[in-house]
Design a protein around this ligand. Structure first.
Ligand code: ITT
Length: 210
């Protein structure tokens, strides 16, 4: 990991001597979070074509994050950062897990499906997982980390912030759903923020070597 990065970077730097990093996601909620996390890094951020779907054929968050980052790095000819994430509900044997975005047709229906399936359950424990992978063109994995946030599923949606399952996920120790928190609090306590904080130092080192 990281071997040969220096020579690859030189091709991927633009005239301002900054590395170009494509955010390999079509999910606007994720894009906004990464945009904030990366705001003070010496990077030029790009978005991927919104109509380019990478098939998530992996059987784990880690595998899917690798598949997405490699596909977009090769497509764009830049470094690419992908996140594969999802909600794992204990009483549903970890579902929806890696199928979180495919659990129903839209956020409202996905939330309703979880609430219906948990209706009679007193065990509301759940956690979010994020696996983040940064790849370079040529199938090279530069960094990969994961993060987790523990909480419980509420009995009804609460709050208007965020995206996805945020209104029904109450973070342990806060009494608040992700959708009731200010952004800075979700960024700090959330699964993506926790994963990103593990990657921060290594990413700065990689960029320092450019
Ligand atoms: P990309 O693959 O293009 O990034 P996606 O939404 O399909 O977009 P995933 O396959 O990783 O991404 O699925 C993640 C799903 O898990 C996402 O669509 C939400 O339903 C849910 N999810 C992940 N992080 C979340 C968060 O912070 N808040 C609420 N829901 C989240």
């Amino acid at each position: 990991m990281g071997k040969g990065v220096r020579s690859k970077n030189i091709n991927q730097m633009n005239s301002m001597d900054k590395v170009v990093l494509t955010l390999a996601t079509t999910n606007l909620g994720k894009f906004k979070e990464f945009d904030q996390f990366l705001s003070d890094f010496p990077l030029i951020l790009k978005s991927q074509p919104q109509d380019f779907e990478v098939e998530e054929t992996g059987s784990s968050f880690a595998e899917n994050a690798r598949i997405k980052s490699i596909a977009i790095a090769n497509l764009m000819g830049t470094w690419a950062l992908a996140d594969d994430s999802g909600l794992c509900v204990e009483a549903l044997s970890g579902a929806p897990g890696i199928y979180s975005s495919r659990y129903a047709n839209n956020d409202v229906e996905r939330i309703q499906r979880i609430l219906n399936e948990l209706e009679s359950s007193s065990n509301r424990s759940a956690y979010f997982v994020s696996n983040i992978c940064i790849a370079a063109p040529g199938n090279e994995i530069l960094l990969q980390v994961d993060g987790r946030c523990e909480g419980r599923i509420t009995h009804a949606p609460r709050g208007l912030e965020g995206f996805g399952y945020d209104p029904i996920f109450e973070v342990n120790g806060t009494g608040l759903t992700f959708a009731e928190m200010p952004k800075f609090q979700k960024n700090k306590l959330g699964h993506r923020g926790k994963a990103f904080s593990k990657l921060e130092t290594s990413l700065r080192e990689l960029l320092g070597n450019c």
